[in-house]
Design a protein around this ligand. Structure first.
Ligand SMILES: NC(=O)c1ccc[n+]([C@@H]2O[C@H](COP(=O)([O-])OP(=O)(O)OC[C@H]3O[C@@H](n4cnc5c(N)ncnc54)[C@H](OP(=O)(O)O)[C@@H]3O)[C@@H](O)[C@H]2O)c1
Length: 316
C-alpha cells in the first residue's frame, strides 16, 4: 500500500509510519518536521496544516492516517483534498464524559474547558464520518511506550529503576488501562490493510494500578526498590496532583473519573488489537526514559525532592 501519515515525526504517528514500513508499505509522512525526522525509509513532505496541505492536495493514497489532535479544520481539509481507499482518524477516549456519555461536539476549545479536547475530538469524528462513513475512528486510551513525551507512564519505570523508597498512591484496586504505542500503531496499519471501519475504543486490557505497578516493578525495579503506599488524603493534603503534570503521581485518578481507565477492550481485541505484556512496555519505556535523561525536568511525576519531603511525613 501507499500510506500517508498526517504526522509521522513523533510518538503514535511515527510508530504508525514505522509499523507500515515494517509491513512492506510505501510511507509518506506529512508534517512540518519540527518534532523530528520521519523514520528512515519514509518520505517526508513538509507541510504546515495551518497553511494547507500543499503538494498533497489532489493526491491519491491507499490509506491515510490522520492524528490531528485538536483542529477540525485540519481534519476537513485533509478529507476534502486527499483521496484514499481507507481512512483512519485517531481520536481519544476523552470524547466521553466522566459518566461515559459522549461530549457535545465543539469546533474550538474554550481555554478554561477541561473537556475542550474531547469536544473538539467529537466534532473531528463527526467531520470524518460525514465525509467517510467507512472510516476507522480509533478512540485511543492512554498510549504508553517508547517515544512518549508526556512523562506519565514513563515516570513509573524510571522511578522504580532508580530504587529506594518510592511513593505510590495507595489505591491498588483503581482501574488502570494502557496501550503500547507499538501495538496500537501496528493494529492501525493492519486495519487499513483489511479495510476495517467503524468507531472503536483503542484500549488495552482492563487492569488495576496495583497490578500494572507490580508488573513494572518486576520488569525494571531496582533490587532495593521499596514501594511505599501513601493514602490519597495524605497525598492531597501534601498538594500532590492526580494523573499528570508537575508534582503528580501519574496514572492516579481522581474519584469520579475512574471510567477513563476502564473501557471495554473487547471490540478492539475482536478487530485484531493484540497487546503485549506491561513488562515489555516497561522495559522499552525505561530505555526511552534513560535516553531522555532520568534527571531532566519532568512534565509529570514527583521530583526526588518532592518525594523525600513526602516520605518524611510517612512512618518508615
Ligand atoms: N498520548 C496519549 O496518551 C493519547 C491518548 C489518546 C489519544 N491520543 C491521540 O493520539 C494522537 C497522537 O499523535 P502523535 O503521537 O503522533 O502526536 P501529536 O503530537 O498529536 O501529533 C503530532 C504530529 O503532527 C504534526 N504536526 C503538528 N503540528 C503540525 C502542523 N501545523 N502542520 C503539520 N503537521 C503538524 C507533528 O509534526 P511536526 O511537529 O514535525 O510538524 C507530529 O508528527 C493524537 O491524535 C492524540 O490526540 C493520544
Amino acid at each position: 500500500m501507499r500510506v500517508l501519515v498526517l504526522g509521522g515525526t513523533r510518538f503514535l504517528s511515527r510508530a504508525v509510519a514505522v509499523a507500515a514500513l515494517a509491513r512492506g508499505h510505501e510511507v509518506v509522512c506529512a508534517a512540518r518536521g519540527e518534532s523530528g525526522p520521519a523514520p528512515a525509509g519514509a518520505a517526508l513532505v513538509a507541510v504546515d496544516r495551518d497553511q494547507g496541505l500543499g503538494p498533497l492536495v489532489g493526491q491519491r493514497f491507499d490509506a491515510v492516517v490522520d492524528v490531528a489532535r485538536m483542529n477540525v479544520r485540519w481534519v476537513r481539509d485533509a478529507l476534502a483534498g486527499i483521496a484514499a481507499r481507507h481512512w483512519t482518524f485517531v481520536s481519544s477516549v476523552s470524547v466521553y464524559d466522566a459518566g461515559g456519555a459522549l461530549l457535545p461536539p465543539q469546533e474550538d476549545a474554550e481555554p478554561a474547558d477541561p473537556d475542550g479536547y474531547g469536544k473538539v475530538k467529537v466534532a473531528s469524528e463527526d467531520a470524518v464520518r460525514a465525509a467517510r462513513p467507512d472510516a476507522l475512528i480509533v478512540r485511543a486510551g492512554l498510549i504508553c511506550g517508547p517515544g512518549d513525551l508526556s512523562d506519565r507512564f514513563g515516570y513509573w519505570p524510571a522511578r522504580f529503576a532508580r530504587g529506594g523508597r518510592a511513593v505510590v498512591p495507595d489505591v491498588p484496586d483503581q482501574p488502570c488501562q494502557i496501550v503500547d504505542v507499538r501495538d496500537l500503531a501496528e493494529w492501525i496499519v493492519r486495519c487499513a490493510e483489511d479495510g476495517t471501519g467503524g468507531t472503536v475504543d483503542g484500549v488495552g486490557p482492563r487492569s488495576t494500578l496495583g497490578a500494572v505497578l507490580d508488573e513494572v516493578a518486576a520488569a525494571v525495579g531496582a533490587p532495593d526498590l521499596e514501594r511505599v503506599p501513601v493514602a490519597p488524603d495524605v497525598l492531597r493534603a501534601a498538594g500532590i496532583e492526580y494523573w499528570a503534570g508537575p508534582r503528580s503521581l501519574p496514572l492516579w485518578l481522581p474519584p469520579g473519573h475512574l471510567g477513563i481507565a476502564s473501557h471495554d477492550p473487547g471490540p478492539a481485541a475482536a478487530a485484531g488489537l493484540v497487546c503485549r505484556p506491561v513488562a515489555e512496555t516497561a522495559r522499552a519505556t525505561l530505555e526511552h526514559e534513560l535516553a531522555l535523561g532520568p534527571d531532566r525536568d519532568r512534565r509529570a511525576g514527583l521530583t526526588a525532592d518532592d518525594e523525600v519531603e513526602l516520605l518524611a511525613q510517612v512512618p518508615a
